[in-house]
Design a protein around this ligand. Structure first.
Ligand SMILES: [Fe+2]
Length: 389
């Protein structure tokens, strides 16, 4: 697991670095979130890795098929995580009991098995062959052990030349299984850490919203609305991920702004507007230092740009504004209009939709407006969020 030290949080020079973010200084949880997230690492892709591992193992051993079976949460079943060979597709739907078969035996004992004639094996179970139509003649099965617990097995089946599996074959598979086990454990840890990041990001978003009593839940809703727009535009998985983070953190820069300015019921002075206009830049600067939020930071930076070039902070125009930021602008405006504010009650759904269309081409990207509203329409039928609109 990567270094996750948080003990030195008080030594962080975040405050000076970011120009007096009072809330970070006063709230060690926010500083903790920032530091933990900043140290987050790159994504691991377990399935792809395991596919490569068994493919290489199968080729090296000159075998007909191979697979990785993982134990389920209750450890009563094993399921095929990846498989190579003539019936690999059929195997992906198959689960086997960990009480029987060679794989079950290996999981229970934590010891590898070589079976060079399955008809002579007390452990071999023909159920899987019966389901898939494959004929197993011989196999090696090695446990994947993490912290004394067997998380799954690697199986390699049938030498193509009909010869028996050798001791060297067994040692190779055992070694591969040990490495694969470590990779699986790293991925699981990574996912746990990622889940923790998401939870802490949600907490951070709540802290931002708490600065303005009228914006409770705003960050979360903007994220949900933005994802509706992104889905309509068939954004890639990575783009959707960036949009998710940027949506919930789009106003993170407001933690640097005095609450009295944010909540001022009267008209803002030009000087106060100048301060407000800094929040996209401050937010982007915060996020840019966190590896897995780096791309999202650009979307945050440009979420107040206007399609006609009259927005801030950079005055970008049209397609020069990242598509994620154009969607965020629509999502942000939709939620602002449909919720109560200090200076007015919530506007109606129909009025809000009319405003979005009226401002398409000037304030908003027409494609983003269309994507959001068409996605919203499809979503409305199924979602409790919109039932009151
Ligand atoms: Fe904003």
């Amino acid at each position: 697991m990567r270094e996750m030290a948080v003990h030195d949080i008080e030594e962080l020079d975040l405050i000076g670095e970011l120009g007096g973010l009072a809330d970070l200084e006063n709230n060690p949880r926010l500083a903790l979130v920032y530091e933990v997230s900043r140290r987050a690492g790159s994504e691991s892709r377990m399935t792809e890795l395991l596919e490569q591992v068994i493919r290489m193992t199968q080729q090296t051993l000159n075998a007909q098929a191979s697979s990785v079976l993982l134990t389920g949460d209750d450890e009563q079943e094993l399921f095929f995580e990846v498989a190579e060979g003539p019936v690999s597709k059929a195997l992906k739907r198959v689960k086997v009991s960990s009480d029987s078969g060679v794989a079950g035996q290996v999981v229970r004992t934590g010891k590898p098995l070589v079976v060079n004639d399955v008809s002579q094996s007390a452990h071999f179970d023909r159920t899987v062959d019966a389901v898939t139509g494959f004929t197993t003649a011989s196999l090696i099965c090695a446990p994947m052990v993490v912290h004394h617990r067997t998380v799954g097995v690697i199986e390699v089946l049938n030498k193509l030349d009909g010869s028996p599996f050798s001791r060297q074959d067994l040692e190779a598979v055992v070694s591969v299984a040990t490495t694969a086990a470590m990779a699986i454990e790293n991925t699981r840890l990574h996912q746990t850490v990622l889940d923790a990041y998401k939870a802490t990001i949600a907490t951070l978003a709540e802290a931002i919203d708490a600065k303005d009593p009228y914006t409770h839940g705003h960050s979360q809703r903007v994220m949900e609305y933005a994802l509706i727009g992104g889905r309509s535009l068939s954004l890639t998985t990575r783009e959707m991920e960036d949009l998710e983070y940027a949506g919930i953190l789009h106003d993170v820069g407001k933690i640097a702004i005095d609450s009295q300015i944010l909540n001022k019921p009267d008209k803002l002075t030009p000087a106060e507007w100048e301060i407000i206009r800094q929040h996209p830049g401050v937010g982007a600067a915060l996020l840019k230092k966190i590896p897995f939020l780096e791309r999202a930071s650009d979307l945050v930076l440009y979420h107040h740009e206007r399609y006609d070039g009259e927005g801030y902070p950079c005055g970008l125009r049209g397609e020069d504004i990242p598509v994620g930021s154009r969607i965020l602008a629509v999502a942000d405006a939709f939620d602002t209009m449909t919720t109560d504010r200090a200076y007015r009650p919530a506007l109606t759904f129909d009025y809000t939709v009319g405003e979005l269309y009226a401002c398409a081409g000037s304030q908003f990207c027409p494609m983003a407006v269309e994507a959001f509203l068409s996605g919203l329409q499809a979503h409305t039928t199924h979602s409790r969020h919109f039932s009151a609109l």
